[in-house]
Write a protein that binds this ligand. Structure first.
Ligand code: ADP
Ligand code: MG
Length: 162
């Protein structure tokens, strides 16, 4: 079961992220993958708005700190593993405590994580670059992530995301 959405602008991807954020709650984990510049951070910017993170928080990739926390309806933990260099970083990050905890977790470059580091339930979000500004965003549940995917499907299905 994979949910596939096409966007044709950064605003479209942001709106998609916002819709997804509006339906998520504590414990939800999104594992984002896709090339550099595919739109993972743009998606998380929308996600933050959907979780009611105030507009004054500008969402950027936490490249040097690895994790940013934003206050919203529940906390949003935004993680970027692009510069991850070995297990020590992961311990510093406190990842096991964040995953499945009180907040929503969005991990960029999640493919750099060992499978065992991910929780029992999460949704993989893979973004592929197409011609021009087209992006294909695929949501796939992993483990018990099916419930979360159903919620996402409900809010995402009815609209066009251009
Ligand atoms: P990543 O976090 O995956 O490395 P970013 O979100 O930082 O990528 O950057 C995506 C780049 O692609 C931005 O410069 C954005 O303006 C551009 N872009 C063009 N079309 C789209 C689209 N449909 N969705 C998202 N980003 C897009
Ligand atoms: Mg990024």
């Amino acid at each position: 079961m994979t949910l596939c959405v096409i966007t044709r602008s950064p605003a479209g991807t942001r709106a998609l992220g916002r819709a997804v954020g509006s339906c998520l709650g504590p414990g939800a984990v999104l594992a984002l993958s896709g090339d550099l510049g595919s739109g993972k951070t743009v998606f998380v910017q929308g996600l933050a708005r959907g979780l009611a993170v105030p507009e004054e928080y500008y969402v950027t990739s936490p490249t040097y700190t690895l994790v940013h926390e934003y206050p919203g309806r529940c906390p949003l933990f935004h993680i970027d593993l692009y510069r991850l260099e070995g297990g020590a970083d992961l311990d510093d990050l406190g990842l096991p405590d964040l995953l499945g905890g009180e907040g929503v977790v969005a991990v960029e470059w999640a493919e750099r994580l060992d499978r065992t580091a991910l929780p029992a339930a999460y949704v993989r979000v893979r973004i592929e670059t197409g011609p021009d500004d087209e992006r294909t965003v695929r949501f796939t549940p992993c483990g018990d992530g099916t419930d979360t995917l159903r919620k996402i499907e409900t809010v995402v299905k009815e609209k066009q995301w251009d």
